[in-house]
Design a protein around this ligand. Structure first.
Ligand SMILES: Cc1cc2nc3c(=O)[nH]c(=O)nc-3n(C[C@H](O)[C@H](O)[C@H](O)COP(=O)(O)OP(=O)(O)OC[C@H]3O[C@@H](n4cnc5c(N)ncnc54)[C@H](O)[C@@H]3O)c2cc1C
Length: 241
């Protein structure tokens, strides 16, 4: 890990930008922040004027030293916290941040195994941190991303992930609607589609899977069925079904 302290910090919102109609990137300046590794997350705590508190976890969209923490939050229509973070929080507002958290679901540039990232929806956020860390380090370790979203307009960080990169290959999968001329119909990510996008087990990939719980469990089962062994599969569940 970049820093060594895990604690509670006060984050002040300094930048916000929409990513999709229902998601935005929010960047906090966090005095004393120890830095983070790609893939780590924070707990965000909100406190209402009457003292009521709510805490949710959010992946950090970047890594390294420095006192800025970027998150990317997708609004769940009936959610308690995410609509506030996407729609209401304004520059200058503060939240409490606990972290950086997680030491297993991380990628560090000194790793040498090929990497396969598989994201569903907002599960791409820790992988944005990993692809950025990979680019910054000039790593020549093969890194691939398989990103499943409902429609092209639902993709977080679409422009960044679509940019041609010498080292990171992104494969897009759409479950509800495809772009014009797309060669495949919209639908669930099948075992066949996973097999064609992911390196075979004998190539030794380390595979990270992140997204809603149902997505992660289904992909993990698929990977096991394709012969990937459990200790090469790292998963992070964002909740829901
Ligand atoms: C380690 C970790 C990292 C996470 N990183 C991110 C991130 O980078 N960006 C992000 O947007 N979210 C992330 N999440 C999810 C986040 O913590 C919240 O669960 C999410 O924002 C919903 O909170 P809420 O208060 O708005 O909804 P709640 O009021 O908690 O829930 C409202 C309804 O939505 C359902 N629900 C809760 N979470 C999900 C989900 N993920 N998908 C579908 N349905 C759900 C609940 O079961 C409930 O029915 C992460 C979760 C974990 C555990």
């Amino acid at each position: 890990m970049t820093g060594s302290t895990i604690g509670w910090f006060t984050g002040t919102l300094v930048r916000a930008r929409p990513l999709t109609a229902s998601a935005r990137s929010i960047t906090f300046t966090v005095p004393g922040w120890p830095g983070s590794d790609a893939g780590q997350h924070v707990d965000v705590r909100l406190t209402a004027p009457d003292g009521y508190q709510a805490v949710r976890s959010y992946s950090i969209a970047d890594s390294g030293p420095g006192e800025e923490v970027e998150l990317a939050v997708e609004r769940l229509p009936d959610g308690e916290v995410s609509p506030f973070l996407v729609d209401d929080l304004e520059p200058g507002d503060t939240v409490d941040l606990h972290g950086p958290l997680g030491g297993w679901f991380v990628w560090r540039p000194d790793r040498t195994r090929p990497v396969q990232l598989i994201a569903g929806g907002s599960g791409v956020v820790p992988f944005v941190a990993m692809t950025r860390a990979h680019a910054r380090a000039g790593s020549n370790v093969p890194m691939r991303l398989l990103y499943s979203v409902r429609t092209p307009d639902d993709a977080l960080f679409r422009d960044e992930l679509s940019r041609p990169s010498p080292a990171v290959t992104t494969t897009w999968h759409y479950t509800r609607a495809v772009p014009p001329g797309w060669p495949r119909a919209a639908g669930r990510l099948t075992a066949e589609a996973v097999k064609s996008a992911v390196p075979a087990p004998d190539q030794g990939p380390l595979t990270y899977v992140c997204g809603p719980t149902g997505f992660v469990e289904s992909i993990a089962r698929t990977l096991l069925g394709l012969g990937h062994v459990p200790d090469t599969i790292r998963t992070e569940r964002f909740g829901g079904i």
